[in-house]
Design a protein around this ligand. Structure first.
Ligand SMILES: COc1ccc(Cl)c(-c2nnc3c(C)nc4ccc(C(=O)NCC(C)C)cc4n23)c1
Ligand SMILES: [Mg+2]
Ligand SMILES: [Zn+2]
Length: 344
């Protein structure tokens, strides 16, 4: 049951101006994790309004409020894969929709689905990963392991459940045909958040963006673009100021090391990146940012050189900061403890 107090507050609250949420709210330099937790649901409703989605799809205020509150309620509270992550991912998607003029690259239904999928893309995440779900023979792996992307299929199924709830369906004014198209788009987008999937298609993405060949009438091109932008949103904490990047890494490794501890307690040897006794965090982060994150924003820069340059520059700064920390640890200037890695 959606907390009624929440709906009352959300629908009757005086709409805040965007600067009230955080400075430069609609610019890539803004940091969504600086938005007060108590303002995040209102900020999400503001994004739908600001992109004219509420008007265009005649979304009833209470329907939008219920949907946002249920999405929020669907998240658990692991260190990283929680509502704060979902909000910051949805915010980056909002920034792309607005600043990259995505109405010129996507169909109207893809444009609308992208924001909804971003908000819901990690619903009911347990702070695990697909290899743990599969190796532990969890209920989710029982359901989905034959198709792969176990967690992502669960996130999608949870999203459909929310949309099927009475008075929560933001797509309620679409035709049957449009609604089924939207579910297919949301499914593709959420399945694309499996990093293994991104690693499979990134050569195709780079081929498409390098020859400046993006063709808006080509369904495969629009699909690859949506996958690229969804991964960009999922990793977008890495394009923000260093303090945010460092704090997020701290949360990610808290989640990874708890999972590693759990694997050890089950008599399994965790991967090095999940093992608190082995992980060299600065080195792991230099690798992740260089090999996986930076190429995502470089691909975007090829399509939108003016708007996305700032993202690539910030990632480079963050990589160099991790290299400096790594150097200090190697020179034994500092002890390798959380304090030295994650504090000033
Ligand atoms: C897009 O889907 C996801 C899912 C889960 C996570 Cl945590 C992330 C994610 N978001 N930010 C980060 C940062 C800063 N570092 C990371 C370091 C390693 C890995 C990881 O999963 N490595 C194993 C894989 C390469 C086989 C993920 C990292 N990550 C993204
Ligand atoms: Mg995910
Ligand atoms: Zn995510």
């Amino acid at each position: 049951h959606v907390p009624d107090r929440g709906i009352e507050e959300l629908t009757s609250a005086p709409t805040k101006r965007m600067e009230d949420f955080c400075p430069n709210f609609d610019s890539f330099v803004s940091v969504p994790r600086h938005v007060a937790d108590s303002d995040t649901c209102q900020a999400v409703m503001f994004m739908f309004d600001d992109l004219s989605l509420t008007k265009q799809y005649r979304i009833h205020r209470t329907t939008l409020a219920r949907f946002v509150l249920l999405a929020r309620k669907g998240y658990r509270d692991p260190p990283y894969h929680n509502w704060s992550h979902a909000f910051s991912v949805a915010h980056f998607t909002y920034l792309c929709l607005k600043n990259l003029r995505l109405e010129n690259y996507l169909t109207p239904l893809e444009y609308f689905s992208f924001l909804v999928a971003s908000l819901c893309h990690d619903i009911d995440h347990r702070g695990t990963n697909n290899s743990f779900e599969n190796s532990s023979g969890s209920a989710l792996s029982g359901l989905y392991s034959s198709e792969g992307s176990v967690l992502e299929r669960h996130h999608f199924s949870q999203t459909v459940c929310i949309l099927n709830r009475e008075g929560c369906n933001v797509f309620e004014n679409l035709s049957e045909k449009e609604y089924s198209a939207v579910l297919d788009i949301i499914r593709d987008i959420i399945l694309a958040t499996d990093l293994a999937h991104h690693l499979k298609i990134r050569k195709d993405i780079e081929a498409m963006v390098s020859q400046k060949k993006f063709d808006v009438h080509n369904q495969q091109h629009r699909y690859l673009l949506l996958c690229l932008l969804m991964t960009a949103s999922d990793l977008s904490d890495q394009t923000k100021v260093w303090k945010n990047t460092r704090q997020v890494a701290k949360l990610i490794y808290q989640e990874f090391f708890s999972l590693g501890d759990k694997e050890k307690s089950l008599g399994k040897q965790p991967a090095e990146g999940m093992d608190r006794d082995k992980a060299d965090i600065p080195q792991l982060q230099v690798n992740f940012l260089n090999i996986i994150a930076a190429p995502v924003y470089k691909a975007m820069e090829q399509i939108w050189p003016n708007e996305c340059g700032v993202l690539c520059k910030q990632i480079e700064r963050n990589i160099s900061n991790w290299k400096t920390i790594r150097q200090k640890l190697e020179n034994k200037e500092v002890e390798k403890t959380d304090r030295t890695i994650f504090e000033e």
